[in-house]
Ligand binder design. Structure first.
Ligand code: GSH
Length: 210
């Protein structure tokens, strides 16, 4: 049977993982199309028609005919469409959005880029790496303080804020950040990992499945 959603992405991509995690936590079986970024498949006219920014992920929804990009926007769309993880009312949705904007402003850059350096995908110089180290730890400290007060980031239940931020924090060890120094973050990650449908950062297929 054909599936409603097709996720196009890359197995090492955190933003791709966030969308796969959201679909899986929503109990939605989805088709997966893996792109070869080294071969530039994300800059092909066919892919640019799905994501005008030439980045992964892209999500196609066969029901609405929409093709969407930007992982946080996709999470918001899925929350609305599936009626899950949206937070309570306008206030809950706004709180969730605050965390998602903060994520890409403060947390994702230093963690994803430090990881890219360690994986040999990028070659930043020492001062840049030290800056990412300081910025990453400053952001993790903010997250640690928040999660010391509440189980979930935007209300009493898990929301797209948790899924979005988890999709960065889960890469912190690969990026060289020691989460043992952040016990509230570690406990929150375990809570999220216990949700039905959870998939880990290595669970997206490396090859095309769609
Ligand atoms: N803000 C975007 C970031 C997407 C992004 O940075 N994707 C990377 C892979 S992780 C990519 O496609 N890089 C290739 C490029 O920018 O040309 C999102 O959350 O979807």
């Amino acid at each position: 049977m054909s599936k409603r959603f097709t996720l196009s992405g890359f197995w090492l991509s955190g933003p791709t993982y966030k969308v796969g995690l959201m679909l899986s936590l929503c109990g939605e079986d989805f088709a997966y199309h893996s792109l070869n970024l080294r071969a530039g498949e994300h800059k092909s006219p066919a892919f640019l028609a799905k994501n005008r920014f030439g980045q992964v992920p892209a999500l196609e929804d066969a029901k609405t005919g929409l093709s969407l990009c930007q992982s946080a926007a996709i999470l918001e769309y899925l929350a609305a469409e599936m009626g899950k993880f949206h937070g309570d009312g306008a206030a809950g949705a706004a709180r969730a959005r605050e965390w998602m904007y903060w994520d890409f402003d403060r947390l994702a850059g230093p963690i994803y880029r430090s990881r890219a350096q360690r994986l040999g995908i990028r070659a930043y110089n020492q001062p840049i790496m030290e800056m990412y180290w300081a910025e990453g730890n400053a952001a993790l400290k903010v997250l640690e303080e928040a999660l010391g007060k509440t189980d979930w980031l935007a209300g009493a239940h898990p929301t797209i804020a948790d899924i979005d931020v988890y999709g960065v924090a889960a890469y912190a060890p690969q990026a060289g950040f020691d989460l043992a120094a952040y016990p509230a973050i570690a406990a929150w990650m375990k809570r999220l990992e216990a949700l039905p449908g959870f998939i880990g950062i290595n669970d997206l297929p490396k090859a095309t499945q769609a």
